[in-house]
Write a protein that binds this ligand. Structure first.
Ligand SMILES: [Zn+2]
Length: 232
């Protein structure tokens, strides 16, 4: 029975490695997906910022047209001012000129403000584009590495599976069934080493008769608490 136990220990080591490789394989797409989400967020932010920038530019063009019209109007009033004949007409035109100048002042202020905002936005855009480009490069490198990693891990898995087949061929079917049943129910660990007089997997104290039987190795002994196959 000692030989069988040795084979089971070997099998448990293999199964542990298979489980680690599978876990590593499963974690790769998750970590890539997280990166993709960040990338998507950065792209959306940049697109939103571009829309905002275009709206500001359009608004500036509109204001500049308004300003030109107001300046033309003020010019016409001024030309006309020298041609008026009555005091009343002069007062009325003066009032119009002041009104037009006030509109020009307001529009000039608004244009300058928009120009500042556009300039700030453009600087922000440059930063955002750089950030996105950096992240895209990082993502592509990560993706390439992931592909290599997946290939390596799949090779490992194939080798481990071949080794596993070799081991199980040497194990009695009934014992193998017991091993698999416990493994499935006990977190991938079907065997437990005895340390001192306790089962190392569930930490329960074992009866001395049970301990002796395990040491003798004449039959398969399971922990009375966690049901794992015990060995020393
Ligand atoms: Zn136990």
């Amino acid at each position: 029975m000692k030989k069988e136990i040795e084979l089971l220990i070997e099998l448990q080591e293999e199964d542990g490695q298979v489980s680690d490789v599978k876990e590593a394989l499963a974690s790769i797409p998750v970590s890539l997906l997280e990166k993709e989400k960040v990338l998507e967020r950065l792209r959306t932010k940049l697109a939103e910022s571009s829309v905002d920038l275009e709206a500001k530019k359009k608004s500036l063009r509109h204001k500049e047209m308004e300003l030109l019209t107001a300046e033309d109007e003020a010019k016409k009033f001024r030309v006309h001012f020298y041609q008026v004949k009555t005091q009343k007409e002069a007062e009325s035109l003066d009032h119009e000129i002041k009104k037009a100048d006030s509109v020009i002042e307001t529009l000039t202020g608004e244009c300058l403000l928009l120009m500042d905002e556009i300039s700030e936005k453009e600087k922000e855009q440059v930063k955002k584009k750089e950030e996105l480009a950096g992240f895209e490069t990082e993502y592509l490198e990560r993706k390439k590495k992931a592909e290599t990693d997946i290939e390596g891990l799949e090779n490992d898995l194939q080798m481990l599976s071949a080794k596993r087949r070799e081991i199980i061929e040497k194990i009695d079917r009934g014992l193998l069934c017991l091993y698999e049943k416990i493994r499935q129910n006990r977190d991938n660990l079907a065997l437990s080493r005895i340390i001192g007089d306790t089962c190392s997997a569930c930490s329960i104290n074992l009866r001395s008769q049970l301990l002796n039987e395990v040491k003798e190795g004449t039959r398969i002994i399971q922990c009375e608490n966690c049901l794992r196959i015990l060995y020393v």
